[in-house]
Write a protein that binds this ligand. Structure first.
Ligand code: MN
Length: 388
């Protein structure tokens, strides 16, 4: 079996579709210090819809009247994406979602011993009664209902199955696994999904947190084990270390699993920049898919090879995700790349002159700003001028 995929020809093609539901406007907004205005929420929702995201969790309407209005403003855009809201199993939460006119709700409840004892201060039976009442209430009011077990990855399988069974019996159309504290391993996630799947023939979703940097890996493990919907957020925003990054999950599915969701992935970088601007949280330069360095090369060996064929050091074409290839020059530069770049720009240089330019690049002081592709010619001219 071949263990890799190639951008030329996806050898491994997984045809099972999966829904992507974005929680940038809900969990993403719970990032400490982040608060979107109503207008910003609408703009982000429009961009998510342009990309093709199937569902948008637009907020937690019961929090405040402003939050309720913001969720409603997103609903009023009449996007293609299905708009969902988060609710606790409480009537006032579901009433707020109904006033915001969302199509569905995600009702969340933890039945892990830890949460029952310290947070909810109730036993399993009372918690389940509360959940099934809420599911029924939401269903009676025409909502699509997902029942999510919060802290599912630290809950006994028996408790989880009892909660899901009650929810399904009372009309829940999807059950959710939340790795609330981000503490499961990919194999554990695959096992959990498999165990639940054995018991229920119903749509299942997963919501992963990144406390150990495994949110994307766990989401993909869930996909491999048969999950139907994956919760993501743009730039991986969310509580603490955030959630599974939308751009990473979508591109992994596309390029590594060969799942074409028919998304406009060339808009991923724009989406990422928009959310970074509104959240005030910069995109790390080395962020997968959308980071500034994702297709930027400086080291001599890499630049020389990329000029001959980009796939030598790139997994896929940067334009696919709205990025561009950037060659930069500095202390790590090598003769071959510099030569190829300068000669192809029409400069007629001797080997000796090129060697001098490379020497000067290599002796740039530490901390000197790197020389962008477009600046190399000016740098070369300056070096030769000074040499005369
Ligand atoms: Mn969460």
């Amino acid at each position: 079996m071949r263990y890799f995929t190639s951008p030329y020809n996806f050898v491994y093609r997984e045809n099972r579709k999966v829904k992507i539901y974005d929680t940038t406007l809900r969990d993403g907004e719970q990032t400490p210090g982040v608060k979107f205005t109503k207008e910003q929420k609408v703009e982000i929702a429009r961009k998510l819809d342009e990309v093709g995201i199937h569902e948008i969790e637009a907020g937690f309407p019961v929090i405040s009247s402003y939050d309720e209005e913001a969720v409603k403003a997103v609903v009023m855009e009449r996007l293609n994406a299905r708009i969902l809201a988060l609710c606790r199993p409480k009537q006032k939460d579901i009433d707020a979602a109904l006033r915001a006119e969302v199509e569905g709700v995600i009702i969340f409840l933890a039945v892990s011993d830890l949460h029952l004892k310290y947070k909810l201060k109730m036993d399993l039976k009372n918690a389940i009664d509360m959940a099934l009442w809420a599911v029924e209430y939401a269903k009676d009011h025409g909502l699509f209902v997902q029942l999510t077990a919060e802290d599912a990855t630290r809950t006994t399988l028996d408790s989880l199955l009892s909660l899901y069974k009650a929810a399904i019996d009372h009309g829940a159309e999807r059950i959710g696994i939340a790795d609330t504290a981000g503490c499961i391993r990919p194999k554990g996630m695959a096992y959990l999904v498999g165990q639940i799947r054995r018991n229920f023939d119903i749509e299942m979703s997963v919501h992963c947190h990144n406390d150990f940097g495994l949110a994307v890996a766990n989401s993909l493990a869930a996909y491999e084990a048969g999950i139907d919907a994956i919760s993501v957020s743009v730039n991986g925003l969310g509580e603490r270390c955030g959630n599974a990054a939308l751009e990473e999950v979508v591109m992994c599915l596309y390029a590594l699993y060969g799942v074409d969701l028919n998304f406009r992935i060339e808009k991923l970088r724009d989406l990422s920049l928009l959310v970074s601007k509104f959240s005030g949280i910069p995109i790390p330069v080395n962020k997968a898919i959308v980071g500034e360095n994702a297709f930027r090369h400086e080291s001599g060996i890499h630049v020389a090879a990329v000029l001959k064929h980009p796939f030598t050091y790139e997994p896929y074409d940067p334009q696919l995700v709205g990025q561009e290839r950037k060659l930069v020059f500095g202390r790590h530069s090598g003769t071959e790349g510099v030569k190829e770049k300068l000669l192809s720009s029409g400069l007629n240089l001797s080997d000796e002159e090129i060697a001098e330019i490379v020497r000067r690049l290599k002796s740039l002081p530490i901390g000197h700003k790197i020389i962008e592709n477009s600046e190399l010619i000016d740098f070369a001219k300056k070096v030769l001028e000074e040499k005369k």
